[in-house]
Write a protein that binds this ligand. Structure first.
Ligand code: NAI
Length: 341
């Protein structure tokens, strides 16, 4: 079968990672087109990645007959509209998380996706494609931990990324910390337990970075949740981690517990020097999830070739966004929020 020809929209912090993977690290596809508002990003795509078609207007890109599939890595508020447009022009679609910021728009997008079952749709919950998370999932599914009773998740961005985050959040609505960050943990909770979240209570605080107030963002948010089977989840999301990019997950079951990345270690090297025993840490999401981003892109291309839908669906996008929106509402109202599933 011929290479799948892919167009990408968005060449920012994550868009460049996906573009490089599609151009260099994923077999069976060719990154042929790119769309961005920024000319220098398009120039980069042409000179560094060999992209042949560039666009400033997304609809023109999805109308191009040379493109089989699109990778959507634009700001979150554009995802629904761009998914729908690509689907309606007959393209396969990979979209970054969250699937959208507005529930009605997400539901409409899910309807459009479902009405075109022959086109592949995949959502970018890349943690499901990380080797450690996949290992943990196999243990849970084989009953090794017994019944899951509590999941604790930390997802804290590095403080070194504060400047680029404030730029990102100032340029367009991220949806807030629960929608932008906790959404990965919400997906993990649903994936590991195979249950839906029924109640949430969320709180938050800005302390070190008052510039976050100006862009309506939280430095640290915490949420406590109850699932439909009374299992519990505790989520902490943040933007101010001084040792690097801290993504940690703990699963507590009736027969045992496990932790994924209890410390966010960069690799297996331990340094012993005058400061003590030192393990370097992952510094950002492209580093920690390098393989997962490649794996999910490979899976998207494989699904197109093998004519099967991937495991992360529009429904997962809808359900996780419902929970993230409930967290935001709880934070804003100081109320316990019940979720209508
Ligand atoms: P960014 O702000 O760094 O880059 C946005 C890009 O989109 C820029 O190239 C900009 O020119 C382009 N753009 C903006 N509006 C556009 C439009 N209407 N049409 C075409 N191009 C447009 O954003 P970043 O951090 O790369 O995030 C992009 C998406 O990826 C977000 O939805 C975010 O939630 C998601 N993301 C996911 C991560 C993960 O862990 N899976 C990590 C970081 C981001």
């Amino acid at each position: 079968m011929e290479n799948i020809k892919v167009g990408i929209v968005g060449l920012g912090r994550l868009g460049k990672v996906h573009a490089k993977n599609l151009a260099e690290n994923v077999q069976g596809c060719q990154l042929i087109a790119a769309c961005s508002f920024a000319q220098e990003e398009l120039d980069y795509a042409v000179t560094e990645l060999g992209v042949q078609e560039t666009y400033k207007n997304y609809e023109e890109m999805v109308k191009s007959p040379t493109i089989d599939a699109v990778f959507i890595v634009s700001p979150s508020g554009f995802h629904c509209e761009q998914i729908q447009l690509a689907m309606k022009h007959g393209k396969h679609v990979f979209s970054e998380k969250p699937i959208g910021l507005d529930l009605a728009e997400i539901q409409e997008t899910e309807r459009v996706i479902q009405s075109r079952p022959d086109q592949i749709f995949m959502l970018g919950f890349m943690r499901r494609y990380d080797d450690s998370y996949r290992y943990a999932k196999r243990l849970v599914d084989s009953g090794e931990l017994g019944e899951l009773t509590l999941i604790r998740c930390y997802s804290i961005d590095p403080s070194s990324g504060m400047e680029s985050f404030v730029k990102f959040a100032g340029a367009s609505d991220s949806g807030g910390i629960f929608m932008d960050m906790s959404i990965h943990d919400i997906d993990l909770v649903r994936w590991f337990t195979k249950k839906e979240v029924s109640k949430v209570w969320a709180i938050g605080k800005n302390a070190a970075y008052p510039e976050l107030d100006k862009v309506g963002e939280l430095e640290t948010g915490a949420a406590m949740m109850q699932l439909e089977n009374q299992a519990m989840a505790i989520l902490v999301a943040g933007r101010n981690c001084h040792h690097g990019y801290h993504v940690e997950t703990e699963l507590i079951g009736t027969k045992g517990m496990l932790r994924v990345a209890a410390a966010p270690e960069k690799n297996l090297v331990t340094i012993m020097d005058e400061t003590g025993v030192v393990r370097a840490c992952s510094q950002d999401f492209p580093e920690r999830f390098r393989e997962a981003f490649v794996n999910e892109a490979k899976e998207f291309i494989a699904c197109i070739k093998e004519k099967r839908q991937p495991q992360v669906s529009a429904y997962d996008g809808l359900q996780s966004t419902k929970v993230a929106l409930a967290c935001r509402k709880s934070f804003e109202t100081s109320e316990l929020i019940e979720i209508d599933n």
